[in-house]
Design a protein around this ligand. Structure first.
Ligand SMILES: [Zn+2]
Length: 408
């Protein structure tokens, strides 16, 4: 959508109350959009070919979910079944994100070439859905999560979704390969016992999983992070306990997925390292549905980390068969509020801070010059997080992609 003349905007949203990614603006404003960008924000009238009166409504940046698995890891057993999922089921899941107001997602572990292809089709507009960042497969120790847990019965997927690494050289080569394929970031799973220590079991009763696994060796962990940084790629690391989180952050990690949820943080070591690295904490509170008993610890650790000033980026760990994509993202925001995080900060975690975690500084804020990914809500999410469920319009790249048909 191009502006027809140099001055008029393509779309103007008038009289909206605005959460700009950090705070609620004083008074209602008009927002002018030209092409895929926000051109101006003003209390004065803005010239534009399409005018929408949003009096009484709320405008905010599109939601960003930093932790999803987009492709179906249960039904994809070979090329044909994967292709069938992508052709027939994936478009519905992508639409579920948009109709929930999620305009950007990050895949942190999906079949390598398939997810890269999906990213290209989304970027070209061939597929409708959220903007997609991908890590491709994820690095883990040989015989560890998710290679021998989620992928235990599916060797085809295992070798496309995981890179089981036991040597620094092999790990560096794999990072180079992914960098050449232009992944957006690198993901590592660092969970398990030490090679010569006491046994550690990956246990999720609700999924019938109980598998002995080991962590990556430190020298391999360090090599992956170093090589990724040499290629300008951020590294985010799946952890569940404080020791692994500390090892990952000491190696230079830029983010923790899940963070610490097996134990309460005893001291400030994890927090201090997160701050030192300017790393993000991605809580994935939706997983509480699988492990109710971890709720208290997850909530308390998140509150401690957030209160210390660490950047928290919203992420759900949504995968096929686990709730509904998009709906989970809103549940994650609700659970963050339940953890005691203030509502403006919850919204910032899902917009500005998520965008910074992804390295997408042009997203997640309502400001002139930024990409126009915007939600129009019938409720005020800064006073009740349920306002996120009262969606009336979704704008992506300056174009209305969801219109709930409410008379505007
Ligand atoms: Zn995950």
């Amino acid at each position: 959508m191009k502006s027809s003349d140099g001055n008029a905007c393509d779309l103007v949203i008038n009289n909206a109350r605005i959460f700009d990614g950090s705070t609620v603006l004083q008074a209602a404003h008009n927002v002018g959009i030209a092409g895929d960008r926000i051109r101006s924000i003003s209390t004065s009238p803005i010239a534009g070919s399409r005018q929408i009166d949003a009096r009484g409504r709320f405008l905010m940046p599109g939601l960003i979910d930093c932790h999803v698995h987009l492709l179906n890891m249960w039904t994809a057993k070979d090329e044909a079944t994967m292709a069938a999922d992508i052709e027939t089921e994936l478009p519905k899941r992508l639409n579920d994100f948009l109709t929930a107001g999620v305009t950007t997602v990050k895949s942190v572990g999906d079949s390598e070439d398939d997810i890269l292809h999906v990213r290209a089709r989304l970027a070209s507009g061939e597929l409708a859905g959220p903007r997609l960042q991908v890590t491709g497969p994820l690095f883990c120790a040989p015989g560890s999560h998710p290679a021998t847990t989620i992928c235990a019965q599916n060797p085809w997927l295992r070798y496309r979704t995981t890179i089981e690494s036991d040597s620094p050289e092999q790990a560096r080569e794999a990072v180079q390969r992914l960098a050449d394929k232009k992944v957006d970031a690198i993901k590592i799973a660092h969970q398990g016992g030490c090679k010569h220590g006491s046994p550690y079991f990956f246990k999720v009763e609700s999924m019938g999983l109980n598998v002995q696994i080991v962590k990556l060796e430190k020298v391999v962990l360090g090599a992956i992070v170093d090589e990724a940084h040499r290629h300008g790629l951020k590294v985010t690391v799946h952890t569940v306990d404080a020791d692994a989180a500390i090892e990952a952050l000491e190696a230079g990690a830029d983010g923790l997925e899940h963070g610490v949820m097996e134990e309460r943080l005893k001291d400030n070591q994890v927090v201090d390292l997160l701050l030192r690295n300017r790393a993000s904490y991605v809580p994935t509170l939706c997983l509480i549905r699988l492990e109710e008993k971890t709720a208290e610890v997850r909530y308390a650790n998140l509150k401690q980390v957030a209160d210390a000033g660490v950047r928290v980026a919203l992420g759900t760990d949504s995968f096929c068969g686990f709730g509904k994509f998009g709906e989970n993202t809103i549940e994650e925001a609700e659970r963050s509020a339940q953890a005691g995080i203030g509502l403006s900060q919850v919204l910032r975690m899902a917009t500005k801070d998520a965008a910074q975690h992804l390295g997408l500084e042009d997203l997640g804020v309502v400001a002139p010059g930024k990409i126009a990914d915007l939600l129009l809500l019938d409720g005020d999410p800064t006073t009740s997080i349920g306002g996120l469920r009262k969606l009336s319009m979704v704008i992506q790249n300056g174009t209305v992609v969801v219109d709930m048909g409410i008379q505007l």
